[in-house]
Design a protein around this ligand. Structure first.
Ligand SMILES: Cc1cc2nc3c(=O)[nH]c(=O)nc-3n(C[C@H](O)[C@H](O)[C@H](O)COP(=O)(O)OP(=O)(O)OC[C@H]3O[C@@H](n4cnc5c(N)ncnc54)[C@H](O)[C@@H]3O)c2cc1C
Length: 502
């Protein structure tokens, strides 16, 4: 049966952009409905909400017959947490669930430096004015730095080795601010809670409840106003202009196997897109391709980037305890790297060999990808120029940083099966780290500021249509993990929209 209704403000997607918008709109007295394709995930004392890395099940992946992180393993099809989008030149991981990426992420909320911020964002966004929005997100999400008493346990050995290596190479390090409760990590360590974060179980959710995910702060604030209604397992399939009422949004209400139980249309004058870079871009490009939102401009689908992400598993020739000790808690900032600025975090990987560190580098890509619509099957595909000099530069940059660290490894202690090696003067070998790219958990762009939108997320061509999420950001959050910057831009945009448009 086709449902039909009209609402004041409609938000699609409950990640960082969607949650900030829904929370601030409802707190400003607006009636808000939020449609989220994924399910709710509430942690409990039983500590069995999420799948584990070591024994994965359907909860780990979005409607997939196999796991989508680490070595593939068969699983039942379920509306689980992580979706893998295999695109042209890049594979992208995104989240699904009430709270979006905040359910799966490493909880890192890292501020870009002013210098890097100004390399990415136009002068219309002044860094000195923008800082208050970082503060605003921190005030709600309450990130914390790892206490020394936790860092000094054997669980966090990999973080300490990473810090020591960086110090030897003369690189700047910091403790990260992460939206996780270290008190709960302490309870895991003392045995009051079962090991979860300390066992490196992060990306499928942390069963001990350590993550301060968006459902526990921004969305909770919105719900407490009585003005916000969240509808999980509502997958939006189309958006069109509606002559009398702004926009008509078509959705399917699905069960936990993804089967459609019901279809419906909601009309609204205020539509806020928070389906993420991939989700929002797909919806708008499809609408433009099918002619249901014909006034979208030709920049829609352009200026996509992978945030300069690279991954490396590095042999460091000493014990590391690599499968434990999460979430990521320390960072190297090598922003004066002569090739490309680099920010590198170390994170636990349960199946990494002893003696290795797994790390994620982030930079500023010098090239852009784009989404294209295929009217034969109404599909949207992302194209990323993986071999272009601009993308290669990021890889060369991170490998340069790793070469400084590799050079400091104690060769006598080095494990015999170290990676590709180069001879040193005494005939022994140093490991040579080769990072890889073409995979990202940080998709950004597709409906970007100054091109497809104004600098507050108002989509050009349509009054009342707004982009709040990572689609708004032009390809990079300036050599940082993106969640904080996405949320801060959403804070800035929604403040302006509430003041001027509603
Ligand atoms: C494994 C992993 C680890 C990460 N770690 C970090 C980290 O430590 N720090 C950091 O800054 N970033 C991290 N990220 C990236 C971060 O999660 C994203 O940058 C961020 O969540 C993007 O926010 P967003 O608002 O753009 O969209 P998202 O958070 O992706 O939210 C989009 C939401 O929209 C929903 N949606 C999509 N399409 C539809 C549709 N058609 N109908 C209804 N709902 C829809 C999705 O289910 C999702 O819940 C990580 C990502 C992953 C996958």
């Amino acid at each position: 049966m086709l449902q039909s209704e009209q609402v004041d403000c409609l938000v699609i997607g409950s990640g960082f952009g969607g949650s900030v918008a829904a929370s601030r709109l409802s707190s400003a007295g607006k009636k808000v409905v939020l449609l989220e394709r994924g399910k709710e995930w509430k942690t409990s004392d039983e500590q069995d909400t999420f799948s584990s890395y070591r024994h994965p099940d359907g909860r780990s992946a979005w409607l997939s017959d196999e796991t989508v992180l680490f070595e593939p393993q068969p699983i039942p099809r379920f509306t689980g947490l992580v979706e893998r989008c295999v695109e042209d030149g890049v594979t992208v991981w995104v989240a699904a669930g009430v709270g979006g990426g905040s359910l799966v992420y490493n909880t890192v909320l890292l501020r870009p430096s002013q210098e890097n911020f100004e390399k990415v964002f136009a002068s219309e966004v002044s860094y000195s004015d923008f800082v208050k929005y970082f503060d605003r997100v921190y005030a709600v999400m309450q990130p914390e730095q790892i206490p020394d008493e936790v860092l000094n346990t054997h669980y966090y050995l990999s973080s300490r080795v990473f810090l020591e290596q960086a110090a030897k190479a003369g690189l700047h390090t910091e403790k990260l601010f992460i939206a996780s409760s270290w008190d709960i990590a302490k309870q895991e360590i003392s045995g009051e809670k079962r090991p979860s974060a300390i066992d490196g179980e992060i990306w499928y959710g942390i069963n001990s409840g350590m993550k301060k995910s968006l459902d526990r702060n921004y969305l909770d604030i919105g719900l407490r106003t009585g003005n916000l209604e969240i509808r999980p397992l509502h997958n939006v399939t189309g958006i069109r202009e509606d002559d009398s009422d702004g926009f008509a949004v078509h959705y399917q209400r699905i069960d936990s196997s993804g089967k459609s139980l019901e279809e419906g249309t909601i009309t609204t004058r205020r539509l806020f897109l928070g389906a993420g870079s991939i989700g929002t871009s797909r919806l708008l490009i499809k609408a433009k391709g099918k002619g249901t939102l014909p006034k979208l401009n030709d920049f829609v689908g352009k200026f996509w980037g992978d945030n300069g992400d690279t991954f490396a598993t590095r042999n460091v020739g000493t014990e590391t305890n690599p499968g434990q000790g999460g979430p990521a808690s320390v960072v190297i900032k090598h922003h004066d790297n002569p090739i490309s600025p680099q920010t590198i975090i170390v994170y636990p990987q349960w199946d990494a060999p002893e003696g290795t560190l797994t790390s994620l580098g982030m930079s500023i890509p010098q090239d852009h990808g784009e989404f294209r619509y295929d009217d034969r099957d109404e599909s949207v595909k992302l194209f990323w120029p993986i071999d272009s000099p601009g993308v290669r530069k990021v890889l060369d940059g991170v490998n340069h940083t790793y070469s400084l660290m590799d050079a400091c490894i104690d060769i006598e202690a080095e494990a015999p099966d170290s990676q590709d090696s180069g001879q040193t003067s005494n005939g022994r070998t140093h490991p040579t780290t080769q990072a890889v790219n073409g995979i990202t958990a940080h998709p950004l762009g597709g409906v970007v500021m100054g091109k497809a939108c104004d600098y507050y997320g108002r989509v050009m061509g349509y009054d009342g249509l707004y982009v709040m999420d990572g689609a708004f950001i032009p390809g990079s959050t300036a050599a940082t993990n993106p969640a904080l910057t996405i949320a801060a831009f959403a804070e800035r945009s929604i403040e302006n929209i509430i003041a001027n448009d509603l």
